[in-house]
Structures are given as structure tokens and as C-alpha cells.
Design a protein around this ligand. Structure first.
Ligand SMILES: [Zn+2]
Length: 274
């Protein structure tokens, strides 16, 4: 079973927890760290012979096009994470269309490749933003991987399917959804294998989750951010819970990832499209 590995390519100041402190007009004057962190990840994937999907922010691509060239020349799949890391829940349909289209234009111009997939910032494809799926299909995308079938304070569609499904189909357009990985635990969906869950849970839990999904004949989907491998990034005081969730185990994350890459088979989303 080939599992799916993905990276949301954004700067350390882009996560939602930090957005209030970093309005868009401050981004250019911050330390730019994504290139260095991407070199660590791309280096590890090359060493392990693994191809991944990189959901990249249009802003990052425009700022440093070499990152896009490195992704594509490494044989990886390039996909979109939107232009400016705005949650879909905070946009009108017109604003979302504009934000997504701009990112696709930038990514496709630089790479010369057609982009097939999207991941919304902060998994913000939720019930009230399901209208976004039609816009994705209209802009030529084949899949979305933004739905998290869990309860969470910022995101989640607790009753969404746990396996891939057709999220939109009309007039010859079709968009598939690849929901984020969960394992069932006393009747509830428990997230694992990405972001803070990947850093916080011991790898034994993550490995158990992957094996459980594979036994259900489902590929597990792993996701991560370049800043989650950057122990030297500027640290902010986010309050106790938020700081823990945001920074825990960053210094051990590359080693944890390397172990998981060795333990299972991995590939990009495109390998799972027909
Ligand atoms: Zn993001």
C-alpha cells in the first residue's frame, strides 16, 4: 500500500495562530526561512527516494521561484495552498476564486506544469464552505485534500467520510476529496500523522494509525510544514496551550519523519488519480 506524503509550503509566520501578529504588509520584512527548511525536507526525500506533493503558497512561489524549480526538478508534485494563506471561511466565493486562480497562475507559470490539487489553509473546507469545491473544479483542479473528519476548535467536518470520495460532479467537471487521515477510537475519529499530531504523538501511535488505515485498504495521508523542522525560527509567546501545540518536538521532527519514511511506502497524490 502506497501512502501519501504532503507538505504545505509556507513561511513560519503564515500559520493561523500567528496571523494577527503578521498582517500581509509585514511579511516582506520578516526573516525568510522557508528555503532553508525546504532544503532539509527535499534532501531527506531524495535520500529516501520518495516523491511527495507540495501544496505551495502563491506568495512563497512569487517570492522565491527557485523553491518551485527545486520541487519540480526533484520529480515531486506541485499543488496549491492558495495565494495568501487566507482561510476559505474568511472569504466570499469571489475572493476565494481570485485567491486560488492567482496561485494557480503563479505556480503553473513558474513550473510549466498543470496543477491538479489544492489544500486549504487551516483545513478550512468545512460545511459552510463546501461551495468552494465547485470553484476548484471550474479552475481545472482534480482533487482537494482539506477536509478533516474530526472535531477541532478551528476546523473539521466530524461526519465527513474517512476515505476518498467524489466531492463535486456536474457538467463533466469532477473533483475528488482526500480527507485527512484518522483512526477510529471508541467510536470517534482521532487525527494522526500530520502537523502537531505528527510532532506530539510518539511514532508508535502514528505507525499504528497508518497500519490500521492500510488494513482498511486506505492510504494514510501525512502532512507537514517546513517551519515544523525549524528549531531556530523566531519564537512567539502564544500562551501555554497554543505554544505547546505550535512548537513541541520541532527539534526531533526530522528524525521522527525519517523513521516513518523508512517504515512505509510513500508517494504523491497524483499516483492515486486515475
Ligand atoms: Zn498552511
Amino acid at each position: 500500500m502506497k501512502n501519501i506524503i504532503s507538505v504545505d509550503v509556507e513561511e513560519w509566520f503564515h500559520p493561523e495562530a500567528l496571523q494577527e501578529r503578521f498582517p500581509r504588509d509585514t511579511w516582506d520584512s520578516q526573516p525568510q526561512r522557508v528555503r532553508g527548511n525546504m532544503e532539509k525536507l527535499l534532501g531527506l526525500f531524495e535520500e529516501k527516494g520518495i516523491k511527495a506533493t507540495f501544496f505551495t503558497l502563491g506568495w512563497v512561489a512569487q517570492k522565491d521561484p527557485q523553491i518551485i524549480k527545486d520541487i519540480v526538478s526533484g520529480g515531486h508534485e506541485l499543488a496549491s495552498h492558495g495565494s495568501y494563506h487566507r482561510m476559505v471561511t474568511k472569504m466570499t466565493p469571489e475572493e476565494f476564486r481570485e485567491d486560488l486562480k492567482t496561485s494557480l497562475d503563479i505556480l503553473q507559470d513558474i513550473s510549466g506544469e498543470k496543477v491538479l490539487g489544492f489544500r486549504a489553509p487551516t483545513f478550512s473546507v468545512v460545511k459552510e464552505t463546501f461551495w468552494s469545491l465547485e470553484i476548484m473544479a471550474e479552475l481545472g483542479l482534480r482533487y482537494d485534500s482539506s477536509v478533516y473528519p474530526i472535531w477541532h476548535d478551528r476546523y473539521g467536518v466530524p461526519d465527513a467520510p474517512r476515505k476518498r470520495y467524489v466531492a463535486f460532479e456536474k457538467n463533466g467537471l469532477k473533483l475528488e476529496e482526500f480527507p485527512m487521515s484518522t483512526m477510529q477510537w471508541f467510536g470517534k475519529n482521532m487525527p494522526f500523522g500530520g502537523g502537531g499530531y505528527l510532532r506530539i504523538f510518539p511514532n508508535a501511535i502514528t505507525r499504528m494509525g497508518i497500519r490500521k488505515m492500510n488494513r482498511e485498504n486506505l492510504p494514510a495521508i501525512m502532512y507537514m510544514h517546513p517551519w515544523e523542522f525549524d528549531a531556530e525560527q523566531p519564537r512567539l509567546n502564544l500562551g501555554r496551550l497554543q505554544s505547546w501545540r505550535h512548537y513541541y518536538n520541532i527539534d526531533k521532527n526530522l528524525e521522527k519523519l525519517a523513521q516513518l519514511l523508512d517504515a512505509f511506502e510513500w508517494g504523491p497524490f497524483r499516483d492515486h488519480l486515475n
